[in-house]
Write a protein that binds this ligand. Structure first.
Ligand SMILES: NC(=O)c1ccc[n+]([C@@H]2O[C@H](COP(=O)([O-])OP(=O)(O)OC[C@H]3O[C@@H](n4cnc5c(N)ncnc54)[C@H](OP(=O)(O)O)[C@@H]3O)[C@@H](O)[C@H]2O)c1
Length: 256
């Protein structure tokens, strides 16, 4: 008989969350810690990292912060090696680090800005997956979730070009790696949040926020813990038959 509680149980597992020091990534880290997992969060800013560790420790005991830029191969190699050294396994990877700082139009964006957006939102995920795959293969088990965006799902006016393209690319990466790692007990999925109430939204004007909310059928923005809830599901042992999927968590709006 199937142990139904085991389907949801991540006790003792090791979860790495890139961009886990704030927003959706932090909510994921807290969720894993509350579920009994050991959690490593990666981010660039050490002060953010220390604050995140304190917040996550309210939910669970084993938490480490690793400083690094997810677009840097050497930074990521050092971070993943440290997790493996400390805990000897990695069961879960949530590839959350990403974002944008400006939204230039096609006739405004320069080549450097384009490349940076692709590095930040797509290459960063490839780097982490490549590093974690051998550790998961060794165990014959793993759960990888890539955080993409509604901006990669629809043509959203005002969404940055590089960001939208990179997020759509994350879907291709997800499906392709799912095919390669699925036979080895490792699932690879993506979650595409709609506008979610995280610190980066402090940059949004009140007027823009009202416009966004007016287009969301549930009549509000998403909460980080709601996105984390979906990500957590994909990272449980019971989600083993979900592979190569993109789960939309956007309140029913594909227009951003
Ligand atoms: N919030 C939304 O409305 C929304 C909607 C759709 C998709 N998403 C996606 O969800 C993810 C998280 O978004 P969020 O709103 O939670 O963002 P956020 O509040 O800006 O937090 C981003 C987190 O990622 C870290 N980070 C960013 N770039 C990094 C890098 N290159 N290397 C290492 N760490 C990095 C940041 O820490 P440091 O600054 O210290 O490095 C921070 O912990 C992103 O991929 C974003 O595209 C968000």
């Amino acid at each position: 008989m199937t142990d139904l509680n085991a389907l949801n149980d991540v006790t003792g597992q090791v979860a790495v969350v890139t961009g886990g020091t704030q927003g959706i990534g932090l909510a994921c880290a807290e969720r894993f810690a509350a579920g009994g997992a050991k959690v490593a969060v990666i981010g660039r800013n050490a002060a953010n990292g220390e604050a995140a560790v304190a917040a996550i420790k309210r939910h669970g005991e084993h938490v480490i912060y690793l400083q690094g830029d997810c677009t840097s191969g050497p930074d990521m190699a050092a971070a993943f090696a440290e997790v493996d050294r400390q805990w000897g396994r990695i069961d879960i990877l949530v590839n959350c680090a990403g974002g944008f700082t400006a939204s230039p139009r096609l006739d405004e964006i320069d080549e450097d800005g384009w490349r940076k957006g692709i590095e930040w939102n797509l290459t960063s995920k490839f780097l982490a997956i490549r590093l974690v795959a051998p550790v998961m293969k060794r165990a014959g088990y793993g759960r990888i979730v890539n955080v993409t965006s509604v901006a990669g799902r629809g043509g959203i006016v005002g969404a940055p070009l590089d960001y939208s393209a990179a997020k759509a690319g994350v879907e291709g990466l997800t499906r392709r790696v799912a095919v390669e790692l699925g036979p080895l007990g490792i699932t690879v999925n993506a979650v595409a949040p709609g506008t979610t109430m995280t610190p980066r939204l402090s940059r949004m004007t009140e007027r823009r926020m009202e416009q966004v909310i007016a287009r969301i059928p549930v009549g509000r923005l998403g909460k980080p813990e709601e996105i984390a809830h979906g990500i957590f599901f994909l990272c449980t042992p019971g989600a083993g038959y979900v592979n190569g999927a993109v789960i939309d968590m956007n309140g029913g709006s594909w227009t951003g």
